[in-house]
Design a protein around this ligand. Sequence first.
Ligand SMILES: [Zn+2]
Length: 303
Amino acid sequence: MQLCDGNDRDSSLQFLKHVLLSIRKRYTDSMPELPEVEVTRRGVAPHLEGRTVSAVTLRHQGLRWPFPPELSQRLCGYPIRSTGRRGKYLLIHFDHGTLIIHLGMSGHLRVLPISIPPNKHDHFDLVLDTHLLRLHDPRRFGAVLWHGEEDGHIDQHLLLRGLGVEPLDAAFSADLLYRQTRNRSAAIKQVLLAGDIVVGVGNIYASESLFKARINPKTPARRISLARYEKLEIAIRETLEAAIRQGGSTLRDFVAVDGQSGYFQQHYFVYDRSGEPCRICSAKVRQIKQGQRSTFYCVNCQK
Ligand SMILES: [Zn+2]
């Protein structure tokens, strides 16, 4: 790109601003939430479970935190028993401990033949017999951590012990939301994002679920009745399940050598639709900030 003077310079600056905004928007949009992590787990699980680790390749000191010391010695020769997920943490279980992977803001996991050379930002490979699990993470906000059996149950890991219930488990209920919010004067959107009552309802799905339940995201959590929490519980389950179902069509991308690993595009009711007509009443969707995060809602439909 050439930077010129006069009008050309203005238009160049405009162009630069546009590029920067679109990059920021892409990062925001592509940040994996619970459905993306669950779809990733389902995509890679059949290629991991029952296979034995033959090597570990680290191409960086670490991501958000340093890689665990001697990870190769800890894993080589051990078979993977199963995979799981807690919130946005992907769990790879061995007999002697669990490998915890977090995708951060920009991480993607792929299963590839071992002959495929790494690209830039491919920081971690878990090598199995004929293929490998490769973590690509340009922003390095992700994590690869080890929790040994000697450190107790995986739920006791520092990052997992304070997490609320899983929104798709039977333990999640309207009653739980109601009981645990009687003293919470914070806005319901903030309470959902806090993750201590229910985990994995991130920024996108909190906005979408509150829209479906017709609850204004600014409403203090303790003011919401049990009947309205019943609507919210159903909305959260339906929203997350629909996103996982939609992501199911991308499962093959996790093993395609040339597959685009971008997260699935979705049809949102309010999220990222500021100023556009509400899909129910046609009023303009409003965007506000709550705790540094954008919230989208319809003043007409959500009371
Ligand atoms: Zn509306």
